[in-house]
Write a protein that binds this ligand. Structure first.
Ligand code: AQP
Length: 353
């Protein structure tokens, strides 16, 4: 019986090994583009912590990507440390995984340039995330070229390390498909060099929405701090933000497609407490939004406070985080340099074999 590619991937992912018998390698990136928030934690970091047991992981603070939109040097520097501390405090273990800053490994930028030469303009123009992030046609004229080639840098990040899997939300699936196309095209033109990766999309990936507008996702770069709960927010700030979170019309604590605000708050409650949404709905039946929001505030505070304690320890000793990132960069660089020696040779750069 023929085995479908999808079946192979499922069994591979379950066992955590690639065809060659080595552990599957996973590349996960996050932009230092603002305050790390509850959405980043529930939608990504928390899963990354769990996957450390199963796979070989590279966790990358993708600072070059953060430069695709305007930022200031001081802000970027602060965001990098903020994200590193947030990831470490959440349970990313530098002894089990490689945690590093993208720009510390120059090969990402070099490979991006080489991949640009096998990427079509039309492919990039079709990326829905570019269309979303660049706004309409008029604003698109003024956005940076970096935002346009962002998916090529992302492809470089991934295939530089022969990553088999990339955990992403549904919105990033198109970028991973492009990464596969770029890897396949390069391989066809220059000989087998890269592993085309697979997206790892969790069946019910948690998408946490903004507290002040549940039609938009909770976002690091949001202008209003009331729209997100930062992992760095203190207990009172968290309680206040939840209290101020918008609700739907009516007074029932119930999730439904026409109740986006309550659906979002119930999702947060459920993910942090481990209770089913129906159980939570039942508990607050007839009790109104006030009691629910008050308890939700406590659920979030309880979940985040151990992270904050570890974060405070890291902040008290900045040299520790710096050392972890330097070590991570060295380990990533070793792999990246090996791959780039091959890539340069394949495309005809350098003296040749
Ligand atoms: N609201 C969210 N709910 C669930 N998961 C989320 N992620 C981001 N926002 C939510 C996940 O966090 C990771 C961060 O990816 P990123 O830093 O590359 O950028 P992003 O997805 O664009 O995240 P932000 O926070 O919204 O940043 P900005 O404001 O800079 O665009 C990804 O795994 C993402 O799925």
């Amino acid at each position: 019986m023929a085995v479908r590619q999808a079946d192979v991937m499922v069994s591979d992912m379950a066992s955590g090994t690639a065809e060659t018998g080595r552990r599957l390698r996973v590349f996960s990136g996050m932009q230092p583009s603002g305050n790390v928030h509850l959405g980043n934690y529930l939608g990504a970091i928390r899963n990354w912590v769990v996957q450390q047991e199963q796979y070989d992981n590279l966790f990358c603070i993708v600072d070059l990507h953060a430069l695709s939109v305007p930022t200031s040097p001081d802000t970027l520097r602060a965001n990098i440390v903020n994200l590193a501390n947030g990831m470490l405090a959440s349970g990313i273990n530098p002894a089990a995984s490689i945690l590093f800053v993208q720009s510390d490994v120059r090969e990402h930028a070099e490979l991006c340039w080489l991949l640009n030469s096998v990427t079509q303009f039309g492919e990039l123009r079709r990326m829905t995330q570019f269309k979303d992030k660049s706004g309409g046609q008029e604003t698109a004229e003024a956005v940076s070229a970096a935002l346009f080639v962002y998916p090529v840098l992302q492809a470089a990040d991934i295939i530089l390390y022969d990553a088999d899997l990339v955990p992403v939300g549904e919105d990033q699936k198109q970028h991973i498909e492009l990464t596969r196309d770029i890897a396949d095209r390069f391989n066809a033109r220059y000989g087998k060099t890269f592993v085309p990766p697979q997206p790892d999309i969790k069946p019910q990936g948690a998408r946490i929405m903004a507290l002040d507008d549940p039609t938009k996702k909770m976002s690091k770069s949001a202008t209003s701090p009331n729209s997100y709960i930062a992992l760095a927010d203190d207990a009172d700030t968290i309680r206040r933000k939840i209290k101020r979170a918008v609700t739907d019309s009516g007074g029932e604590v119930r999730g439904a497609p026409d109740k986006p605000a309550l659906t979002n708050l119930l999702t947060i409650y459920s993910l942090l407490s481990g209770e089913e949404i129906e159980v939570i709905e039942e508990r607050y039946a007839g009790r109104g939004y006030g009691a629910f929001k008050q308890d939700l505030g406590e659920v979030v505070v309880q979940a985040i406070s151990p992270i904050q304690q570890r974060r405070a320890e890291l902040e008290a000793d900045p040299s520790r985080t710096r050392a972890i990132l330097a070590d991570g960069a060295e380990r990533a660089r070793e792999q990246a340099q090996r791959k780039m020696t091959l890539v340069r040779e394949r495309v005809g750069l350098g003296p040749g074999a």
